[in-house]
Design a protein around this ligand. Structure first.
Ligand SMILES: Cc1cc2nc3c(=O)[nH]c(=O)nc-3n(C[C@H](O)[C@H](O)[C@H](O)COP(=O)(O)O)c2cc1C
Length: 394
């Protein structure tokens, strides 16, 4: 039997608590991946195969993890990743996430399909947010979202390219997450009734539950059932690198292309004028069977050869994982599920605490590796041990 958590520390502690707080279909929407979830497991598990070099007897009395991400000074090289529907996991979840990120001194990325609008997020914090965008069929809507983001003070656009079609997330079907059928509605109602605390905190006090960035423009995007209809009708599978050139000509701020998993695609992004790429498989939610992000990172770094910034996400579960990715050469990492689990389990306080643990873990790892600054972490301090029998307890 799982032991009682007196005080949550790691993302997996918060995950266990979030499971007790959320209706099943919402917990599984966060937790799950595509198909058989091989890539989901590999994302986290493969970090263990990158071994760090311990160096002793250095003066490490002045460690800090400060970094520059997309031109922004941050306390550690970590960003909260865009997560759709975060406002269903905690009351006004995107605002909580942005506020906790501000406290921790790291950027928050608001999703195209967030519950809170970017204006609501901006009004609640003083820090500039990053905005994630999908290419929509309605290019006028895309342009109006870009204008709104700029007006709200956003300087970094994270453009996601790995959702040409939606991945096959079997848990969502099993739980009735994306169906309007009577059986689906009944199943969801049962799952909701089992979580009275969530009903009071999120379902009742957390309204409105519309897609804040889109609700004025897109009919049918104003409830959970409208979510799939919106994806099917608006997400554009015909997008190519030509559209990125178009986007580049329309967006003057920093542009990061998220969802790149090959050296070739990373080079195409750089050729289109992107300022950076995020090596990402959407947290194992799109193509099941594609390699883990961390194992793909070295090839992308090698091809990009410092032309533009390279970030990664997928499976980052500790400050030590952040150090692994940054030592390999990543500018920074994004975390998705960990921030949502912490927020769903313990609200803004939980997320602030989790980010503190990440920062401490980074500091401790740096000190034990003999470095005081992020820039002193180098690829020779990490080696890949493919045979390591790593299993991830997820
Ligand atoms: C519940 C959920 C919703 C997500 N929604 C979005 C989204 O709206 N836009 C996007 O670009 N990525 C989205 N992602 C992917 C994350 O931005 C990120 O790539 C991924 O979560 C990283 O993996 P991790 O969860 O293992 O940290 C989502 C991920 C999750 C778990």
């Amino acid at each position: 039997m799982a032991r009682k958590i007196v005080r949550p520390v790691t993302p997996l502690d918060y995950r266990r608590l979030a499971e007790k707080r959320l209706p099943r279909f919402l917990f599984d929407y966060i937790d799950g991946g595509a198909n058989d979830e091989f890539t989901l497991r590999a994302n986290a598990g493969d970090f263990g195969r990158f071994r760090l070099k311990q160096s002793v007897m250095r003066d490490v009395s002045d460690v800090n993890a400060e970094a520059q991400l997309s031109g922004q000074a941050v306390r550690m090289p970590l960003v909260l990743a865009p997560v759709g529907l975060a406002g269903m996991m905690a009351r006004r979840g995107e605002v909580l996430g942005a506020s906790a990120a501000e406290t921790a001194g790291v950027p928050f990325t608001t999703s195209t399909v967030g519950i809170c609008s970017m204006e609501e997020v901006r009004a609640a914090t003083n820090a500039p947010f990053w905005f994630q965008l999908y290419m929509l069929r309605d290019r006028d809507l895309v342009l109006s979202l870009l204008e709104r983001a700029e007006a709200a003070g956003c300087r970094t656009l994270v453009f996601t390219v790995d959702l040409a079609v939606a991945g096959m997330r079997h848990r969502d079907v099993r739980n009735g997450m994306l169906t309007k059928s009577r059986a689906g509605r009944l199943a969801k109602a049962r799952q909701v009734l089992a979580r009275p605390r969530w009903i009071l905190d999120v379902a009742m006090k957390g309204k409105p539950h519309t897609f804040g960035n889109l609700s004025q423009a897109v009919s049918g995007a104003n409830d959970l059932d409208g979510f799939k209809a919106f994806i099917d009708s608006q997400f554009d599978p015909s997008v190519t690198w030509k559209d990125i050139e178009w986007l580049r000509s329309r967006w003057k701020g920093n542009l990061l292309i998220k969802g790149v998993m090959t050296a070739e695609d990373a080079l195409s992004a750089a050729d289109c004028g992107a300022d950076g790429v995020v090596v990402s498989n959407h947290g194992g939610r799109q193509l099941d069977g594609v390699a883990s992000s961390i194992s793909t990172l070295p090839a992308v770094l090698n091809a990009i050869d410092k032309r533009i910034e390279v970030y990664m996400d997928g499976g980052v579960r500790s400050g030590v994982d952040v150090v692994r990715a940054v030592a390999l050469g990543a500018r920074g990492v994004l975390i998705g599920r960990p921030w949502v689990w912490a927020m769903a389990a313990c609200g803004e306080r939980g997320l602030v605490d989790l980010l503190k643990v990440f920062e401490q873990e980074i500091h401790v790892a740096m000190a034990l590796m003999g470095v005081n600054r992020i820039a002193d972490l180098t690829p020779d301090m990490v080696d890949y041990q493919p045979g390591w029998p790593v299993s991830y307890p997820g």
